[in-house]
Design a binder for this molecule. Structure first.
Ligand SMILES: NC(=O)N[C@@H](CC(=O)O)C(=O)O
Ligand SMILES: [Zn+2]
Ligand SMILES: [Zn+2]
Length: 436
């Protein structure tokens, strides 16, 4: 048994939380728990359910030079993420049984729990995929992005029907390439803003509308990945789909290309400051279901190219919760909203019924932070293989301790313990497939 004493929960309650470390579950939440075993004094600290990041690219197999399960999951743990959902645009792409098995073997290196999504291409094998513990289908690409897995509408319809039969969510990358701007494509390679002008906001809204329409016909559970515009969010919610917003679309906009150059290139692209603000409102008021990072690392060397040649994607798994906690510190979001966006809602949407809140009986996936302790984000301090961050210089509130099913997988140097041995920052790689 381990007791976290006198912690403050997102709703303001002050409680002791008892953890059955051998079962990995929360044994009790209350104000008068008798102490037995080890304890952590959490006076003045905030205790949150670990973040469930529904959208990461950990790049293995195939692109170990960008990220591995080990480095990606360390970055997750250090950022307070206890479950990640990995996307299928690896090499081989996760579209059949062999590819799934290969990824599942590699994922054994993970420090945090994980779901593995199945991808959809013309030669996917749904029978093999659904024979295995796939969490969801997705991201299903309606337009090309990294990995060039864009598919036609007929195949999308087939995938949606199949996922529905198998009681799985379909996560959709919604952009319509027919609505990209041919005119913007003519601009010079050092005109970075051209990327945003090219992959238009209309292309997102139209694809979201189409995806939710097809989803509704099949009675499917459609989840729109990385919605970058208020129009995209509104189309998703109007059509009964859920949606996620990334930290980069929440905290960066087209004005940031001056500083970021191609390091600000991702799909969907950065939007205007007006759209960013409207997106933030929808995150703050609960219209948006969750924040997911679309952690998509590429090396500096790869990014160092023209805006037309650089790969799309930015890292983010370690900085998402810290950036949101900084907004809560500044009273721009409530702690309850942060909890719902990062844990309770993704658990609901993806059917992770034993996770996402701090409650008796649930998995002890927990994050402890000092909510007033804000520091500068620096790429050098992060644990991803990707040694840069688009959020360089911004402020974040980082975890002191991250626990996955009762195992301490990360502790920052500032975390103090009573009777817990504190050798090294990271504990063991204990990650498991959440669907198994
Ligand atoms: N978002 C990106 O710009 N890139 C992602 C793919 C994706 O999520 O579309 C990647 O895997 O690099
Ligand atoms: Zn995508
Ligand atoms: Zn992605």
């Amino acid at each position: 048994m381990l007791t976290i004493r006198n912690a403050t929960l997102a709703d303001g309650r002050q409680v002791d939380v008892r953890i059955d470390t051998s079962a990995g579950r929360i044994a009790g939440v209350g104000s008068t728990l008798t102490e037995s075993g080890d304890s952590i004094d959490a006076t003045g600290k905030l205790l949150l359910p670990g973040m469930i990041d529904a959208h990461v690219h950990f790049r293995q197999p195939g692109f170990d030079h960008k990220e591995t399960w080990e480095t990606g999951s360390r970055s997750a743990a250090a950022g307070g993420v206890t479950t990640v959902v990995d996307q299928p645009n690896t090499d081989p792409p996760t579209v059949d049984g062999d590819a799934f098995d290969r990824k599942a073997d590699l994922a054994a290196d993970s420090y945090v729990d994980y779901g593995i999504n199945g991808g959809v291409t013309p030669d996917w094998n749904p029978d093999e995929l659904f024979d295995r513990p796939v969490l969801a289908l997705g991201e299903v690409f309606l337009a090309d992005s990294t990995g060039e897995m864009g598919i036609e509408e007929d195949l999308f319809r087939e995938a949606v029907e199949r996922a529905t039969d198998e009681y799985r969510v379909v996560t959709v990358h919604a952009e319509d390439a027919d609505l990209f701007s041919a005119e913007a494509r003519e601009r010079d390679g050092d005109d970075y803003d051209a990327w945003s002008a090219y992959r238009t906001a209309e292309a997102e809204a139209a694809a979201v509308e189409r995806a939710v329409e097809i989803g509704a016909e099949a009675d499917a559970q459609v989840h729109i990945a990385h919605t970058s515009t208020p129009e995209g969010v509104d189309a998703a919610t109007a059509g009964g789909a859920t949606c996620e917003v990334t930290p980069h679309h929440l905290f960066l906009s087209r004005g940031d290309y001056d500083e970021l150059g191609t390091f600000g290139r991702m799909n969907p692209p950065l939007r205007s400051e007006d759209r960013r603000e409207a997106l933030f409102e929808r995150v703050a008021d609960g219209t948006v279901d969750m924040v997911a990072t679309d952690h998509a690392p590429h090396t500096r060397e790869e990014k160092d190219a023209s805006i037309w040649d650089a790969p799309s994607g930015v890292p983010g798994v370690e900085t998402a919760l810290p950036l949101l906690l900084e907004e809560a510190r500044k009273d721009n979001l409530t702690y309850e909203r942060v909890r719902d966006l990062t844990a309770a809602n993704p658990a609901d949407v993806f059917g992770l019924t034993r996770r996402g809140t701090v409650e008796q009986g649930l998995m002890a996936d927990l994050v402890l932070v000092d909510p007033d302790e804000s520091r500068e984000i620096r790429g050098d301090d992060l644990h991803s293989k990707c040694d840069w961050t688009p959020f360089e210089g911004m402020a974040g509130v980082f975890p002191e301790l991250t626990m996955v099913r009762g195992n301490v997988v990360y502790r920052s140097e500032s975390a103090e313990f009573e009777s817990i041995d504190a050798d090294g920052e990271f504990g063991e790689a204990v990650g498991r497939n959440v669907r198994k």
